[in-house]
Ligand binder design. Structure first.
Ligand code: NAP
Ligand code: ZN
Length: 342
């Protein structure tokens, strides 16, 4: 039976407002739902976009948090895959239609009917408890501690999906723009997949760590003439930056057949020059998180290769300070919020 207590969350009551302690009555535990005692949440830049309603889809009060790890405290009557005491995680996707062509391929992230977001119209992980459908919960491999596993559930899957899709052969030249939560994990995954990895950062103090994460090359974005030597060479360039960039420069780094993949959403549109696009057979693509198939694969791959984010932990009560740190580009490299509530 579901417990019918109030859940304690850190919520934004209105757009752009600081998060504050807020209690809510959860929806009844559905037959296919899990209830979690939340222990950890990675703080994704998207949580900040959602707080500020940057994309016009936020609903308030907003309980953000979509890199959620916790312990199962209750299961619906139809749940067979998990039991009380299991350590599980939830990511950006709460549910999908399950029957369209893409869902059947494990690509619920591009469900034809549109997936349901964990924190879009629903309450997410910045809380002591959460309820959500067990079908979109993932068992955390024993080799990953909970704090390290949390950022994999959004940042990890978001970079894993395009790397897994577009890396076609060993030593392929892969560039990563923006070495934040997503970007530093992209370096680690790309290196583990055998790519030749080039990190591009606007922060000069990230160079040493970029090499430690596995980058073969590092270039300072924006100011460096050394970008000239990279021009026309990259097979895949993944853009995680949450700031607007020089798109002509970005595009010019691609070699023929190269793929420019957008993950960050700093602007709503860009201009692409058609002549080099066509005559160099280049592609410009986007990618959004990942479906259940790649999520499980990514967790297994991370556990096997000991791919963990570099994190700093803060109590959930300090989520506003943590958000300010991310906005100031001072997080190294993912802040993980620890839920204090019992
Ligand atoms: P993050 O940790 O804040 O990292 C973003 C990086 O962008 C920074 O570390 C920084 O790297 C670079 N940057 C350059 N100028 C910046 C500026 N003025 N302000 C902030 N960052 C700046 O963010 P994240 O959590 O990795 O997310 C990155 C973007 O991806 C966000 O827009 C987020 O909403 C989006 N996202 C998309 C998906 C998807 O499915 N497509 C999933 C999750 C997140 P350097 O210091 O190296 O330049
Ligand atoms: Zn995210």
């Amino acid at each position: 039976m579901a417990t019918s207590t109030q859940f304690k969350a850190m919520a934004a009551l209105h757009p752009k407002e600081k998060l504050q302690l807020w209690e809510y009555e959860p929806t009844p535990l559905g037959d296919r739902d899990l209830e979690l005692k939340i222990t950890h949440n990675g703080l994704c830049h998207t949580d900040i976009h959602m707080r500020d309603d940057d994309w016009g889809v936020s609903q308030f009060p907003l309980v953000a948090g979509h890199e959620v790890v916790g312990i199962v405290t209750d299961v619906g009557s139809q749940v067979t895959s998990f039991k009380k005491g299991d350590r599980v995680g939830f990511g950006w996707i709460r549910d999908s239609c399950r029957v369209c062509y893409h869902c059947l391929q494990g690509e619920e992230n591009i469900c034809r009917q549109g997936y349901t977001g964990l924190i879009v119209g629903n309450h997410g992980g910045f809380a002591n408890r959460m309820r959500a459908c067990a079908d979109f919960a993932y068992k955390i491999p024993d080799a990953l501690d909970s704090a390290s596993a949390a950022p994999l559930l959004c940042a990890g899957i978001t970079v894993y999906t395009p790397l897994r899709t577009y890396i076609k052969y060993p030593a392929m030249k892969v560039g990563i723009v923006g070495i934040g939560g997503l970007g530093h994990l992209a370096i680690k995954f790309a290196r583990a997949m055998g790519a030749q990895v080039t990190a591009f950062s606007s922060s000069s103090d990230k160079e040493t760590e970029a090499y430690e994460f596995g980058a073969h090359h590092f270039h300072r974005w924006g100011t460096s003439e050394t970008l000239e030597e990279v021009k026309g060479s990259l097979d895949l360039l993944i853009c995680t930056s949450s700031a607007e960039l020089d798109w002509d420069l970005t595009f010019s780094l691609l070699g023929n057949n190269g793929v420019l993949c957008f993950l960050g959403i700093p602007v709503s549109s860009i201009n692409i020059p058609l002549i080099p696009l066509i005559f160099g057979q280049k592609s410009v693509v986007g990618s959004v998180v990942g479906g259940r198939r790649f999520m499980q694969e990514m967790l297994d791959f991370a556990a096997l290769n000991q791919i963990k984010p570099m994190i700093e932990t803060m109590p959930l009560s300090q989520v506003n300070e943590a958000m300010n740190k991310v906005i100031a580009n001072q997080a190294r490299y993912r802040i993980v919020l620890v839920s204090e509530n019992k």
